[in-house]
Design a protein around this ligand. Structure first.
Ligand SMILES: Cc1ncc(COP(=O)(O)O)c(C=O)c1O
Length: 392
């Protein structure tokens, strides 16, 4: 599946400006993703060094690029799949079904049947209708009951949609139907900025384990979901300390398997999106004085920058002018290429006066960008150039 992709190698540091100079981007109509596969490997090393007891199951939804998924599969991580196609993709990379959790609490029957055929044994559930569905279509599966435990602040809260507020009733129902509950899960919200939320949720999980054991279940799986920062390692380190301490306190037994479903943690910082300015306008005030320079790029909110709408991401732009010292800076507004005025990338920027054909780079563009982008208005999604570090 990845045979047709080319990986370029670098020595120690990925130099985006150098890549741009060598790639002749000015001649390309589409924007370009520069994907640093070694950045993903470094994140894995960071995870292993701080949370060795917790096995990451990468949330494929975050970025399903084949080389990204393959890189993670080669590292030995597990996968959180939400659909039949995600399962199919991961299995096609020779990943053992045991390394997959079907972590969508509301699964279409055909997807559930596919999971069963493929030997995916474990999935999350957070409502009684899903329990009846499992009873009918996959009664031998292992249920992981997902409870609601939200952070006070997150980029994308998930609690209104998923997570039961009454897992004991769900577990009693599962018991009455002779279904097997093996664990519990939560998701504090994607892009969590209330780090103690993990401690609160892990404490709640402990009580759910106790209740499960009272019902006679062999509870052996704790799934702490996602929510970890991808572009700020200091934040991740803080979360990891909280998680590690909470796990040691509430789940000291080594026999309990602990997994997590990080998405943006692995991929956010691995991507830099390079866009070309293909049009420019100047906005002047009544006195004819220049107020704002507007640039129109070859990617926008219907493409990779959908993360601004859906993921509430605030993007930053960098230019690649040779000598940028002492250049006057101008209030700048950046638009995407489509004919929709919603297609606005950023308006809180100050940049030097750039020209048509100049490039802008946007770091941290690996999470919830690639799989969501559409070709609206006929503008194509960016191509991706892959890089790997020889030194790693
Ligand atoms: C069930 C589930 N697991 C994991 C994730 C990944 O979350 P994150 O990218 O914040 O780590 C999501 C994101 O929406 C999710 O819905």
């Amino acid at each position: 599946m990845c045979e047709n992709y080319t990986i370029n190698y670098y020595e120690n540091v990925l130099d985006i400006k150098q890549i741009i100079e060598q790639t002749n981007l000015q001649c390309m109509d589409e924007a370009l993703n520069i994907c640093d596969l070694s950045g993903i490997e470094r994140k894995y090393q960071l995870w292993q060094s701080l949370l060795p007891r917790i096995t990451p199951y990468y949330a494929v939804k975050c970025n399903d690029d084949p080389l990204v998924v393959k890189t993670l599969a080669n590292l030995g991580v597990g996968f959180d799949c939400a659909s039949k196609n995600e399962i199919k993709q991961v299995l096609s990379m020779a990943v053992d079904p045991e390394r997959i959790i079907f972590a969508n609490p509301c699964k279409p029957v055909s997807h559930l049947e596919y999971a069963q055929q493929q030997g995916i044994t474990t999935g999350t559930v957070d409502n009684e209708f899903e329990i009846y569905k499992l009873f009918k279509h996959y009664p031998s599966s292992n249920l992981v009951v997902r409870f609601r435990s939200e952070a006070k602040a997150a980029q994308c809260p998930l609690g209104d949609k998923f997570g039961s507020e009454d897992v004991s009733t769900l577990m009693l129902l599962a018991k009455s139907l002779d279904l097997n509950v093996t664990g519990t899960s939560f998701h504090v919200g994607s892009g969590c900025s209330d780090f103690p939320a993990y401690e609160r949720a892990i404490k709640t999980a402990k009580n759910i384990f106790k209740f499960g054991e009272l019902l006679g279940y062999d509870m052996d799986l704790l799934d702490i979901g996602g929510g970890f920062s991808g572009d700020n390692d200091d934040n991740f380190k803080e979360i990891a300390t909280i998680v590690d301490q909470a796990v040691q306190k509430h789940f000291p037994e080594e026999s309990i398997k602990i997994i997590s479903e990080p998405g943006r943690f692995f991929v956010s910082a691995a991507y830099t999106l390079v866009c070309k300015i293909h049009a420019k306008r100047e906005v002047r005030n009544k006195d004819g004085k220049l107020d704002t320079i507007m640039y129109y790029l070859n990617d926008g909110v219907y493409g990779s920058f959908n993360c601004i709408l859906y993921d509430h991401q605030v993007v930053t732009a960098q230019h690649y002018l040779d000598d940028d010292t002492d250049l006057p800076m101008f209030k700048t507004l950046i638009w995407g290429p489509t004919c929709d005025a919603l297609d606005k990338i950023s308006e809180e920027l100050y940049l030097p006066n750039l020209n048509r054909g100049d490039l802008l780079g946007f770091p941290n563009m690996g999470a919830y960008t690639v799989p969501v982008a559409s070709p609206f208005n006929g503008f194509l999604q960016p191509k991706t150039l892959y890089f790997q570090c020889r030194a790693i």
